[in-house]
Write a protein that binds this ligand. Sequence first.
Ligand SMILES: *Cc1c(COP(=O)(O)O)cnc(C)c1O
Length: 513
Amino acid sequence: MTRVRQAANLAVAELMRILVDLHNFRWDNAWRITVATLSYTNHTLLPEALETWPLELFERLLPRHLEIIYRINVAHLALADARAPDDLEFKAAVSLIDEKSGRKVRMGQLAFVGSHRINGVSGMHSELMKETVFHELNQLYPGRITNKTNGITFRRWLMVANPKLTDLLREACGEAVLDDPTLLCDLEARASDNAFQQQFRAVKHHNKIALARLVWERLKLVIDPSALFDVQIKRIHEYKRQLLNILEAVALYHAIKDEPQRDWVPRVKIFAGKAAASYSYAKLIIKLINDVAEVINNDPVIAGRLKIAFLPDYNVSLAEIIIPAADLSEQISTAGMEASGTGNMKLALNGALTIGTLDGANIEILDHVGPENIAIFGMKAADVVARRKQGLDATDVIRRSPRLLRAVNAIAAGEFSPGEPGRFQSIAHALSHLDHYMVSADFDSYYDCQRGIDARWQVTPAWTRASVLNVARMPWFSSDRTIREYAQDIWNVPVRATAPEALQPGVQRGATR
Ligand SMILES: *Cc1c(COP(=O)(O)O)cnc(C)c1O
């Protein structure tokens, strides 16, 4: 996947080759056309995704392209020299060739230099691009980096996936809402209306029964549709922190065991996601989730008040069934590491409340739904950078949190893998020491935030109101808005009349489309 995307960076050299070699354009003209034509959307700041290709490989496979890249680099470095004469460090930082670790072509930097616009996919991600990976290039080409926050298509994630909710929204906001999501704002007036709330809850309940049926069919696990459905569905990755979620499940399990008579809020934690084929640690996390599920789901003391379901083979079709049934959306990545996320948008559009960190598009979801309709916890991106710089061991945070200590010890001692007690020792070790993804560091904040969710869930009208307001305030996250912005600000192509104008009185429906 990454290979395919990054290979697109070759477009800079390839378009130059076509213009210069095949169509006899003069170099300067070809360069002007290339830069005016191409734009580069960056999708992640993870270093492993910003590819570098060994010169030796390039020379063998694409010698002419390498020649072109060298010539682009000459003009590019001349510009760097003019801006910062004699600043060798600056020139080394912006060069298309990495001279430090066995000479390589920097493909992301090549895409940057050959594009008229470079964008990130959420406000925070675009700002971090300016501060981190493209810090020097941004100084050399100021104004090229821009932001285009991702969106989702409401046709799939609302109308196809959730027909019952769509019907209710058509009734409440009018038929035109199908073309113009901004009309969802009409829900604001109904958010506290008791009759509307009942209809809204009936839709969610219907969708939860459908998911419960699927969980039974696939896992032979019974889950209660009236429990809080707590959903984390996304690729399994350490930065997405499924580990934080399952660690909280272990701590909650211990808490229920300690006080089984308390009125615990019934909760079903639903996970789905795939790990990359070679990512063995991510696969071990999947194993841990399944092992913890096995113990908790079958413990008579818990009596069904906490259940864990890991649905295998995550894909879009499965997402379309899970998302309409979700009450709580887990968006708990280590701050600074999720470029945008789109699952966060899909779930909020379907009325799930978000529990999340200040990361990626969560920040913009917070801006739109308002702080009272989302649950934010944990370290901020700058805190993460600072803590990593300090090189702190997680021993201190574990010492201060008996709950976390007990959960980590249980995992380390084989409480969930009695047949192989050492199975999760590597996970326990990472949590206790390096804690690169701040799972231990964020644990207490997350646990407390989850208990706040429990308390909110018990006040049904207030929960439903927040859920309705999440739906009402999502229109900006329509991919129609995103595409319109790309068309206007990056591609410079004419934009058709947008839905609101097309639907104004006197304009024939269908006339403009
Ligand atoms: C939306 C979606 C994703 C992206 O989810 P994130 O939570 O943003 O990581 C991944 N896989 C599938 C199948 C999806 O539908």
